[in-house]
Ligand binder design. Structure first.
Ligand code: MRU
Length: 363
């Protein structure tokens, strides 16, 4: 492991996996893509936290799965038969992992699911409890694949063969376990010969669109064209885009949506050219406790991501002030629909998202 792997397509790798024998979460180090495919085994709390914070594993659903496997791996390291001692240590690790990234609600959502397993099974032996935690983490991963496929089916109903689709950042397979969210309609369309033409925004500052979305779509044989972030208006004005699909990190009860920085600009431009703007959202990313976008904490990241990371030479004067929010909030008025695994929600979102949750089985 840690050795460069070459022969397989990126689509054949698992974004996040569990190596139970090694007591590790296995991820592709996404900061090295597309030039190098390197699998990394995460065993300690610090390694898991760093991998999430440094975006080695990123994208809301993948962060949730990594946290679920991560807390299970850490729980297995607690050597006690006493439930209270076990749960105290579990809670400490849960709280620590939960600080890695604040905006993607899937992190706390997955950790809360794992926590509930502990609280509801306090009568089991610690060994049995560890087994239940493993089952829950595996279920979170398996559900993600089903969820993304369902989003793909619902999203595909919103477009037609030959359409041009624009996407921002990476809400693809590399951000989830299979299909991705915003890319799910594209992959399902590809399976069914829809012949979409996709435009991928490069997504400054960390280039998830160029390094990850363009890479995975291109590797899958999708007709994808990479554009700089400031080119979306041009391709829309040219009439090349019939729909925008993006992912999300947290959707508030009123439909306001936090996603990668720059998403709200795309939404505003799409409105200008009367192009539908769709947010693809697993219900695990919808946070009804956040009433509006104002309640969503926006992650601020280091200035170096803007001034020098990914460049051979520094691209900004030393000491210049930098503002680097990792996400922005798209106002619900700009969102044509929110595509979930249980159907498509439209305004007024306070009502339609509640209805979506009524369709969801209790977990
Ligand atoms: O900072 P990142 O790379 O984790 O940001 C990812 C995004 O903004 C995605 O669009 C979002 O997490 C949805 S992934 C299905």
């Amino acid at each position: 492991m840690g050795k460069e792997e070459k022969e397989k397509s990126i689509m054949e790798y698992e974004t996040v996996a569990l190596d139970d024998e090694a007591g590790a979460v296995v991820i592709i180090d996404q900061t090295l893509l597309p030039t190098k495919t390197e699998l990394v085994k995460l065993k300690t709390a610090q390694e898991i936290w760093d991998a999430i914070y440094l975006l080695k594993v990123r994208g809301a659903p993948a962060i949730g799965v990594a946290a679920a496997f991560g807390i299970y791996v850490l729980a297995c390291q607690t050597d006690t038969e006493d439930y209270d001692t076990f749960y105290k240590e579990f809670s400490k690790q849960r709280d620590y992992l939960n600080t890695a990234r604040p905006t993607a609600v899937n992190l706390s959502w997955a950790l809360n699911r794992m926590d509930r397993v502990c609280r509801e099974n306090s009568g089991l032996t610690v060994g049995q409890l560890k087994q239940r935690l493993k089952e829950e983490a595996v279920a979170i991963k398996e559900e993600d694949i089903w969820v993304c496929r369902q989003i793909g089916e619902h999203g595909l109903g919103l477009v037609k063969p030959g359409d041009g689709i624009l996407t921002h950042c990476n809400a693809g397979q590399l951000a989830a376990c299979k299909y991705g969210t915003a890319t799910a309609p594209i992959y399902l369309g590809q399976e069914r010969g829809y012949g979409f033409r996709v435009f991928a925004d490069e997504t400054r500052p960390l280039l998830q669109g160029a390094r990850l979305t363009a890479y995975e779509l291109f590797s899958s044989g999708v007709d994808v064209t990479l554009i700089c972030d400031n080119m979306s208006a041009a391709v829309m004005k040219n009439g090349w885009v019939q729909a925008v699909f993006v992912g999300c990190d947290r959707v508030a009860a009123n439909g306001d949506t936090a996603n990668k920085i720059g998403t709200s600009v795309v939404a505003a431009v799409a409105r200008q050219y009367r192009i539908p703007f769709y947010v693809c959202a697993p219900t695990s990313t919808i946070d009804l406790a956040s009433k509006t976008g104002d309640d969503i904490c926006i992650e601020q990241r280091p200035a170096e991501e803007v001034t020098q990371m990914w460049y051979k030479n520094r691209m900004a004067p030393e000491g210049v002030k930098v503002y680097n929010p990792a996400f922005d909030v798209t106002d619900h008025e700009l969102i044509t629909a929110i595509v979930t695994e249980y159907g498509v929600a439209k305004a007024p979102y306070e009502e339609s998202l509640q209805e979506i949750f009524r369709r969801r089985p209790e977990r």
